[in-house]
Ligand binder design. Structure first.
Ligand SMILES: C[S@@+](CC[C@H](N)C(=O)[O-])C[C@H]1O[C@@H](n2cnc3c(N)ncnc32)[C@H](O)[C@@H]1O
Length: 323
């Protein structure tokens, strides 16, 4: 039984005890959750090892080198979240916890979950287990897991993770139903994710490079690990599970790539495009894809004035409420 499952089993059990106040129950559960999170860290798989759900493509070093800007460019969505000291917040796909820990400055009752055991270990190493409680969880299966406690959280938050989490069509609506269930009435679901047209430059180059290696267009598309909805599509999906969508915004936000060693365009392609590359069994052909993408895109995304490289990020921000 995974950590998250056991923690939430306890949440369920506690919720059934009428003699204890809701606030006391929540406090106890969050404290139990922290202790159990520490135990689980000692059992985490090593870098690159498969978790119970799928291969862990993320390493802390690669994330820092090629995507350290992700948790930083978030002022507006954190304003939308408006974390309050009395809130209990669930952060879906919290990664290495940089942003979660920052939100915890305003709201100490926060639980960060992520499918990557590597990144959850890194979060715990960087920030300890207080005030944030960290757990490995593949959110695709949250609706039918014991992790889900109905009406528990005031807010569910997510940054730059839902375009991965919602990728599988089969589990997409179930995840949204899970979020709806775990919120209290009136609670909000606030998130930023890649929206329609996100990183179209590198997305197209990756598909083309795979095709040049003999992969069919269909197979190359299937390898894409992302789901980038429009405002209309995400609104329809959220409304279908009962949310009132209060605010959405789709914004073109060109984003400067890092200059770190192991980062830049190549680091980004290797980390974010890992599932595309895995379609090819041979290391040599994978390397050819990385080379082609970097060669083809180089002149397209480089600014002449200073040589900096920018990808065409499109961000979709949403605030929805459980009514
Ligand atoms: C770009 S990172 C964003 C991390 C963090 N929210 C931030 O702002 O830095 C995307 C995260 O989504 C997580 N993720 C992808 N699929 C997931 C899933 N099915 N369940 C939970 N987390 C997932 C990844 O492990 C990764 O940490």
């Amino acid at each position: 039984m995974t950590l998250s499952y056991r923690v939430v089993n306890k949440l369920n059990m506690t919720a059934e005890k009428p003699e204890r106040s809701d606030e006391q129950a929540k406090e106890d559960l969050l404290s139990q959750s922290k202790q159990e999170g520490q135990e689980a860290t000692r059992r985490q798989p090593k870098d690159g090892e498969a978790t119970s759900q799928s291969k862990d493509h993320w390493t802390h070093a690669a994330y820092r080198a090629s995507a350290s800007f992700v948790p930083l460019l978030t002022q507006e969505i954190v304003l939308w979240l408006s974390p309050q000291p009395t809130d209990c917040i669930l952060d879906l796909g919290c990664g290495d916890g940089v942003l979660t820990a920052k939100i915890a400055d305003s709201c100490p009752n926060i639980v960060g979950v992520d499918a990557s055991a590597n990144l959850i270990s890194a979060a715990r190493e960087s920030y300890g287990d207080d005030p944030v409680s960290w757990h490995v969880l593949d959110c695709r299966y949250m609706e039918n897991s014991d992790m889900l406690v109905e009406g528990f959280y005031e807010k569910v938050f997510s940054n730059a993770a839902l375009h991965w989490i919602l990728r599988d069509e089969e589990t997409r609506m179930s995840i949204l139903r899970g979020v709806y269930k775990t919120l209290r009435l009136g609670g909000s679901f606030v998130f930023e994710m890649g929206g329609a047209g996100n990183v179209a430059d590198v997305h197209t180059a990756l598909l083309a490079a795979l095709v040049h290696q003999g992969v069919s267009v269909k197979k190359a598309r299937e390898a894409c690990p992302w789901f980038f909805p429009s405002e209309q599509l995400i609104t329809n999906m959220l409304q279908d599970v009962g949310f009132a969508v209060e605010r959405t915004r789709l914004e073109y936000r060109p984003t400067k790539l890092t200059l770190e060693e192991g980062g830049g365009l190549e680091g980004w392609v290797r980390l974010m495009g890992a599932q595309f590359l895995e379609v090819l069994p041979e290391v040599a052909t994978r390397e050819a894809v990385v080379r082609e993408v970097c060669d083809v895109l180089g002149s397209v995304v480089t600014r002449e004035e200073d040589g900096s490289m920018w990808l065409g990020y499109v961000r979709l921000k949403v605030l929805a409420r459980k009514t």
